[in-house]
Write a protein that binds this ligand. Structure first.
Ligand code: S3P
Length: 167
């Protein structure tokens, strides 16, 4: 492992990366950081606005830069946006780091996120979109992860403990 975050959390939107990440950081006595927040702060606009105004490829390029900066400059807990692993260069940046994949089943995802306008990738027919999204991404999360922590039916505290156990 190279220097950098103590742990990087990946997984689909709504899986609880921010909640669990903050709990893990608290338990480890370190800082929590989220690349979505970095992008919003840097751009001065919401992620939904970036998707609508500039499109997904532009967002993914901004995200790749944000991930690179956070991996180099943060030594606590880091959570990445759910689609960050779609980008090959972003995946390559993760190879030397301790990455934990927070997983969930499609039905759990539908229950947790429902119809959420703030999440542009789930704008219509969330169940079908979740199924497609998981099929397209599951193997990529697995590819970058050194450990997988299933979250279905578990509280954030239980998931945080499982992450700590995996370190
Ligand atoms: C996305 C997940 C979001 C955010 C953007 C795209 C995705 O992050 O980066 O809306 O493609 O799955 P969270 O996983 O933090 O919600």
């Amino acid at each position: 492992m190279t220097a950098g975050p103590l742990v990087v959390l990946v997984g689909p939107m709504g899986v609880g990366k921010s909640t669990v990440g903050a709990l893990v950081a608290e338990r480890l006595g370190c800082a929590y950081r989220d690349t979505d927040d970095d992008i919003v702060a840097e751009q001065g606009r919401t992620i939904a606005d970036i998707f609508v105004d500039d499109g997904e490829p532009v967002f993914r390029a901004l995200e790749r830069d944000a991930v690179g900066r956070a991996l180099a400059g943060h030594d606590g807990v880091l959570a990445l946006g759910g689609g960050s692993i779609l980008d090959e260069d972003t995946r390559a940046l993760l190879t030397a780091h301790r990455v934990v994949y927070l997983s969930m089943e499609v039905e759990e995802a539908v229950q947790r996120t429902g119809l959420n306008a703030a999440r542009p990738l789930l704008a219509v027919n969330p169940r079908r979109q979740w199924r497609e999204l998981m099929e397209a991404r599951r193997h990529l999360y697995t590819e970058v992860a050194s450990a997988v922590v299933p979250t279905d039916g578990r509280t954030p505290e239980e998931v945080a403990q499982a992450v700590l156990d995996a370190l």
